[in-house]
Design a protein around this ligand. Structure first.
Ligand code: HEM
Length: 549
């Protein structure tokens, strides 16, 4: 009975509602929907304003470009057009040691603060920008690992691999490069060939893309000391599977994803996941996945013969299969663009500064003549004794750092950075390009490429200035618990390479007006760095037996 009356009541209500709705005219519907949309927009606007105000207020006491207080677009614009490092230097010069460059992003140019932020006992963690460096889902590689405990454990497992002797394999890649240059790109300064055609062939202006060859060299070194064999870039003298080309193209997206961290999350969603490299791709990074899988399968097979490379040490340290695969990715990402950029900038600085070029050549010639440098490749300790080479390498890196580290995340509570209160959860980036132009550390001519500053500082008795210059430059490799693990390897690769290049060849710029094209992203990208190479007569080239073992 009760049920029946309820049903009739509900039906009566529904009928009333229906007749109410059907009594609406088109105008009523139009007015109602306009009202709904306007209310929604007003509410969204109010919430957005409150959110913007709170986010602005949080760091409003820290100076910076006005637009950067409200939006990351200021920084994105500089990154997108490949002008990231110069804009960082400018911001530091204009606004001081701590600058607000985004609603929740600060840029610090004080070397002591940067060392503290990354120090061994720091409570700062890796910020969300590190997610942009992740290659696959699952556990990240060491560089993208943001969990401090997991990061520490992974670094500990990796430690011994970095103490293996990488010198012999680096020597072989240097010899391959020298041989390639000699066979394919170098010409003679003069020729005694009896025919005009012969003379032209021996002296005509061929040129080599130095930037590209440096990438080949760095990748082959990595392949050889990390995974037991070079990738073969130098041997084939070609961009195998367009690896370097696609790498360069992807760096713009990686930089943008580092500045707008939520973009990294999109790669797992449709339709973006279709664009992400995957195993089975015929070109680019996808090839890496297949390579990593095959390599790890081969090296962990029960009948695998142990090798003396880093991978063997990683296996010995008890890494899981996934961790071993991640090692392949991180080494290729961390160790190839960076080192090749350094070599490129050393060459650029030498070519555009004749006194430095001549002084270095004389130093290497004198050491060769006195028997202080071995043949066919000088040892690392012999190369270390070349003080001018050391000064040129450091000065080139100071003027043109190869990369910048992603920003760190401040701990809970309030920290004081450069005298400003910084609330927890704020991202702080290192203005390394700016720090390296510090007049307080490097002198009033810090904007000038002048390797002599390192030699002068080395002559001072107390050693204070030199040690301050060195520790400030070292920030290029990060600091403390986040510091680069391959610093000594990068130094060795570049130092040894330049001894052998400079004693065998002379180099000259091809396009004097624009020697190269640089895109300043989170990692510098270099295009069209063409050089002309002539053989020097003083020093013998290589025999094939010198490197085909
Ligand atoms: C000129 C050459 C190089 C430069 C400028 C450079 C720079 C850097 C920077 C800035 C970081 C991040 C630091 C941070 O998170 O604060 C890093 C991390 C790393 N680099 Fe390098 N790097 C170079 C060469 C290499 C090489 C040759 C290798 C390997 C053979 C390597 C292996 C690593 C690894 C494994 C990490 C991750 C460290 C961690 O997160 O604990 N790097 N590097």
């Amino acid at each position: 009975m009760v049920d029946q009356s309820l049903t009739s009541l509900t039906l009566a209500n529904a009928a009333a509602a229906y007749s109410f709705i059907t009594s609406f005219t088109t105008d009523d519907v139009w007015r109602l929907s306009t009202f709904g949309i306007l209310s929604f927009l007003t509410l969204s606007f109010i919430l957005l304003t409150i959110w913007e105000y709170q986010s602005w207020k949080k760091l409003s006491h820290i100076p910076g470009p006005p637009a950067a207080h409200f939006t990351i677009l200021w920084l994105l614009r500089h990154a997108w057009v490949g002008n990231l490092f110069p804009s960082m230097v400018d911001a530091g010069n204009k606004y001081g040691d701590l600058v607000r460059i985004g609603p929740n992003l600060l840029l610090c140019s004080d070397p002591d603060e940067l060392r503290r932020i990354s120090g061994i006992r720091t409570k700062y963690t890796k910020g969300p920008a590190y997610d942009a460096g992740r290659v696959t889902e699952g556990d990240p590689h060491v560089a993208s690992q943001r969990d401090l405990a997991k990061h520490k454990a992974l670094r500990a497992k990796m430690g011994t691999a970095y103490s293996i002797d990488v010198q012999p394999v680096i020597d072989r890649q240097i010899s391959k490069l020298i041989d390639l240059i000699d066979r394919k790109y170098a010409t003679n300064r003069t020729s005694t060939n009896p025919t005009a055609e012969g003379r032209r062939n021996e002296t005509s202006a061929r040129f080599m893309n130095f930037g590209e060859k440096m990438h080949f060299y760095a990748l082959d070194c990595l392949g050889a000391f990390a995974f037991g064999e070079p990738f073969g870039f130098l041997q084939k003298d070609e961009d195998i599977n367009r690896m370097t080309q696609i790498n360069d193209l992807s760096l713009r997206m990686v930089t943008v994803a580092g500045l707008v961290p939520w973009l990294s999350g999109l790669r797992t969603m449709w339709p973006f996941r279709c664009l992400v490299p995957k195993e089975g791709d015929k070109v680019g990074f996808g090839i890496l996945f297949g390579f990593a899988k095959k390599l790890v399968d081969r090296r962990t097979a029960p009948d695998a013969k142990p090798k003396s490379d880093m991978m063997q040490e990683f296996i010995r340290s008890g890494m899981t299969r996934d961790e071993l695969m991640q090692q392949v990715y991180i080494h290729i990402i961390a160790g190839s663009d960076t080192t090749s950029n350094w070599s490129r900038m050393v060459m650029l600085c030498l070519l555009t500064c004749p006194p430095a070029y001549m002084a270095l050549q004389q130093e290497i010639d004198a050491a060769t003549a006195s028997g202080a440098l071995s043949y066919p490749t000088a040892t690392d300790s012999e190369s270390r004794s070349l003080s001018h080479l050391d000064a040129v390498m450091r000065e080139a890196m100071r003027m043109h750092p190869p990369s910048v580290s992603p920003s760190k995340l401040s701990p809970e509570g309030v920290d004081t950075v450069c005298g400003y209160a910084v609330p927890g959860g704020t991202q702080i980036g290192a203005n390394v390009p700016g720090v390296l132009r510090s007049q307080a550390v490097f002198g009033p001519d810090a904007n000038c490429f002048r390797p002599e500053r390192w030699l002068e500082a080395a002559e001072e008795e107390d050693g204070y200035r030199l040690s301050r210059m060195k520790s400030t430059l070292a920030l290029v490799f990060g600091a403390g618990k986040f510091q680069c693990m391959g610093t000594h390897i990068a130094y060795m690769e570049v130092r040894k390479l330049f001894v052998e290049l400079m004693r065998r060849f002379d180099f000259a710029i091809v396009d004097n007006k624009r020697p190269l094209h640089v895109e300043s992203l989170a990692i510098m990208v270099v295009h069209d760095f063409n050089v002309r190479i002539t053989r020097r007569t003083r020093f013998p080239m290589l025999e094939r037996r010198d490197f085909e073992t």
